[in-house]
Design a protein around this ligand. Structure first.
Ligand code: SAM
Length: 247
């Protein structure tokens, strides 16, 4: 469970908030029990609980653990905001499969009414979903949920990635598999590289958006001959990528 803090110098860990509640009340942990803690970024440890109360659990570090559940390549899922609670599903399943970051964005055919006033609360909920999915998948890192991008901002942000693919169901030239293999051969998918996969809304991307994306450095790719739901497309992209990279 990710604790709120690491006190590396004193070799103790403090677990607070929902995590403390979960440990004490739901899992019925007791003093002396051992659990794995991660700071969600770069450290994972085995700890022994030394003190439990309502608001906080303290534990001593028994062993440093290797960070080995993460893919070497960082995959960013850029998802045009879908209707209902589909974004939650995308974050949950994408986190289990291994996405490093989620970039929700608005595009021309985004159906959902976007209310910027609710942004902080929504991002907080999505971040919690990512944290819980990362815990259940035994990941070392919790994916980052970024705030909602406009289409233009997304095109700009994508320039920071080493490779950017835009999934387009009408693409008849480039399939994802050869695109991945070409990127692997070009050394764009090695350790520490960043790959962005963009998925459109229920109504898809417009031709103009595909053109703008290509001008901004994206490659348009097909995920096959069948039209996938928006919440399925990113999962297929992620799975194909990790299959090809062997992660
Ligand atoms: N109408 C369905 C829905 O409500 O989800 C399907 C929408 S599909 C147009 C949504 C997005 O998924 C597209 O913009 C594209 O990014 C991606 N997608 C779906 N099938 C795809 C395919 N075969 N190849 C590439 N991208 C695909």
């Amino acid at each position: 469970l990710p604790p709120q803090q690491f006190h590396a110098s004193t070799q103790t860990v403090t677990i607070e908030g929902d995590d403390a509640h979960h440990l004490g009340r739901v899992m019925r942990a007791e003093v002396g029990d051992k659990v794995i803690c991660s700071n969600g970024v770069d450290r994972e440890v085995l700890v022994r609980i030394t003190h439990l109360d309502k608001g906080a659990v303290t534990a001593e570090i028994v062993e440093e653990l290797a960070m080995d559940a993460e893919a070497t390549v960082d995959v960013w899922i850029a998802q045009s905001l879908p209707k209902g609670d589909k974004m939650e599903l995308i974050i949950q399943k994408g986190t289990e499969i291994g996405a490093a970051r989620f970039l929700p964005f608005l595009s021309e055919r985004t159906i959902v009414q976007y209310d910027a006033k609710k942004e902080a609360k929504r991002t907080e909920r999505w971040q919690k979903i990512a944290k819980e999915a990362a815990e259940q998948a035994h990941r070392n890192r919790v994916p980052q949920i970024e705030s909602v991008y406009s289409w233009k901002q997304l095109l700009q942000r994508a320039k920071e990635a080493d490779v950017a693919w835009i999934c387009y169901e009408k693409e008849d030239g480039q399939q994802l598999k050869p695109a991945i293999q070409a990127a692997l051969a070009a050394g764009q998918l090695g350790s520490g590289k960043q790959v962005l996969i963009a998925v459109g809304p229920e109504g898809g991307f417009t031709e103009q958006e595909i053109k703008q994306a290509e001008d901004a450095g994206f490659r348009s790719v097909s995920l096959g001959n069948r039209i996938l739901r928006t919440e399925t497309a990113a999962m297929v992209g992620l799975t194909c990528l990790f299959y090809e990279t062997g992660e």
